[in-house]
Write a protein that binds this ligand. Structure first.
Ligand SMILES: Cc1ncc(COP(=O)(O)O)c(C=O)c1O
Length: 283
């Protein structure tokens, strides 16, 4: 993997293809790396890989990536390697809020494939096996998170906070990347909004805000609120912040609901704790 030196417009924490990145070899070191590997009996360079970042809406960076990867393939071949694979990573964004405008999966694949074919033809390269690593675009829209509405704090002329029974431990993206989401009530998804609220989690952090400026119909404690498009980078990034147990996951399809991950129990949060011998008799 190398950093292709491609800038794209996404949050700096999920940008990985620019030069000042911790991921991959620097492109200026690629020749040195490949030369070194050519002298290693234990190494076989099967492919070249670059991942430019995540939640990307423009197709130009991936179009540019094709040329960068093809140049790297020329270099690798010149140095005696026979890589069969070029891997363009992932990165295709999804619509979290109405203003997000990602290309379709088909559109993205077409751009990537056509750019790669063109880049290889221009360099008289045999077409490599083209790999990609889509993550978010495949699974994020398939997931939703259900919260139960709890307390409310109304500050006249300033803000209305509505708290739910989850937050940054099941979805750390808003506090980490200022990510935005769309939400609605489970039993009245199309109901007209009557107020604008700040949806907050139950953790002991002022930054535990799931959604700002959320238009909502009147809610009561106990209402179920749905945050959409949480199928990627939510369960996999969940934590036990504030010793909050992780929620269950339920697979829903064709009118059938199946538990695929049971809710964590509070006692399980203590399962790695060890009481040193010398403290056992205390108290
Ligand atoms: C190397 C690599 N490939 C693919 C992906 C998936 O990216 P995305 O979910 O944006 O498609 C990631 C995500 O971090 C990654 O690090």
């Amino acid at each position: 993997r190398f950093t292709p030196g491609i800038e794209c417009h996404t949050h700096e924490y999920i940008r990985t293809g620019h030069l000042d990145s911790k991921f991959g070899f620097d492109p200026d070191q690629l020749e040195q790396v490949l030369t070194h590997l050519a002298g290693c009996r234990w190494a076989r360079v099967q492919g070249l890989h670059a991942h430019i970042g995540s939640q990307i809406f423009e197709v130009e960076p991936h179009r540019d990536l094709a040329a960068v990867l093809a140049d790297a393939l020329v270099l690798a071949r010149r140095l005696g390697h026979e890589p069969s694979d070029l891997n363009v990573g992932g990165g295709l964004g999804i619509r979290y809020v109405a203003s997000d405008d990602p290309p379709s999966i088909d559109g993205w694949v077409q751009v990537v494939a056509e750019a790669m074919v063109a880049a290889c033809r221009e360099r008289n390269l045999e077409l490599p096996r083209l790999l990609c690593e889509p993550g978010r675009s495949l699974v994020a829209p398939a997931g939703v998170t259900l919260y139960t509405v709890g307390s409310r704090k109304q500050i006249p002329d300033l803000n209305t906070y509505v708290a739910v029974d989850g937050g940054m431990s099941d979805n750390p993206r808003p506090i980490t990347y200022q990510s935005e989401y769309t939400a609605c009530l489970a039993d009245r998804p199309g109901a007209e909004a009557t107020e604008t609220v700040t949806l907050v989690g139950k953790h002991c952090e002022s930054g535990d805000v799931l959604l700002k400026q959320l238009p909502l119909p009147a809610t009561e404690p106990g209402d179920v609120l749905v945050v959409l498009a949480t199928g990627a980078y939510n369960a996999s990034m969940a934590s036990n912040y504030n010793r909050i147990p992780k929620p269950a996951a339920v697979l829903v399809a064709d009118g059938c609901a199946e538990l695929v991950q049971r809710r964590e129990r509070p006692d399980e949060l203590l399962r790695y704790d060890v009481l040193p011998e010398r403290l056992r008799s205390v108290g």
